[in-house]
Design a protein around this ligand. Structure first.
Ligand SMILES: CC(C)(COP(=O)(O)OP(=O)(O)OC[C@H]1O[C@@H](n2cnc3c(N)ncnc32)[C@H](O)[C@@H]1OP(=O)(O)O)[C@@H](O)C(=O)NCCC(=O)NCCS
Length: 182
């Protein structure tokens, strides 16, 4: 039987911004293995962006015996809870940290749903073609949807990623994905 590793989750604060950047930079180095996207292996959220996620949403940090190994940032956007970033340090990738972080966001969506009476929903934007992006989320119950069906802020985000951020490259396209409680 595979060893089950359990992680502790805690909510990040402004004091964690340096830790979050270190985690993200280590995680995104995975993109350096794809020549067309190699530059993304150096990109990370700015301190201002982290502050916005902290004040408008939540960031959960996963720890293994006190060592920060991953984080997820989520904010409410249109009528869903949107995963703005998820990162696991490379040493811990494939060991269930991502699953733990996603489960925390789904639980938060359930909490919000109890308050609003709407079905729990979680969205994200990602690459279709990369194993650890869309196929990874598909296995976790997310399905691809048109940004328009999620609302104007999702459309704006897709346009921003394609335009200002230049994330669409030859052979690599972006999509919106949605998880809804069944
Ligand atoms: C996307 C990302 C956060 C996933 O995190 P992760 O911690 O590696 O994810 P998990 O370990 O939960 O799952 C990865 C795989 O390991 C498997 N796994 C889960 N627990 C495991 C364990 N204890 N031991 C070994 N493997 C395990 C999972 O089943 C999964 O495999 P599958 O996709 O074939 O089903 C990580 O790849 C990452 O940081 N990527 C770079 C940044 C990025 O692209 N972010 C997403 C932007 S949209």
């Amino acid at each position: 039987m595979a060893l089950k590793i359990e992680y502790t989750l805690r909510e990040a604060t402004e004091d964690d911004k340096k830790t979050l950047t270190i985690i993200e930079l280590d995680a995104v180095a995975l993109f350096k293995t794809i020549p067309e996207l190699a530059d993304l292996g150096e990109s990370h959220a700015s301190p201002d962006q982290l502050s916005t996620w902290l004040s408008n949403g939540r960031i959960y940090i996963a720890e293994d015996n006190g060592k920060a190994v991953g984080f997820v940032a989520a904010v409410t956007m249109d009528t869903t809870l949107y995963i703005a970033e998820i990162s696991t340090i490379r040493e811990y990738q494939g060991k269930g940290v991502g699953l733990t972080l996603i489960a925390a966001v789904l639980d938060w969506a359930r909490e919000l749903s109890a308050a609003t009476g709407r079905k729990p929903r979680v969205s994200l934007t990602t690459y279709r073609e990369i194993t650890w992006n869309a196929p990874y989320y598909r296995k976790r119950g997310f399905r691809e949807v048109e940004a328009e069906t999620l609302g104007p802020k999702h459309v704006e985000k897709m346009n921003h990623d394609q335009g200002e951020r230049n994330l669409v490259r030859p052979g690599y396209t972006r999509c919106c994905m949605l998880w809804e409680e069944q």
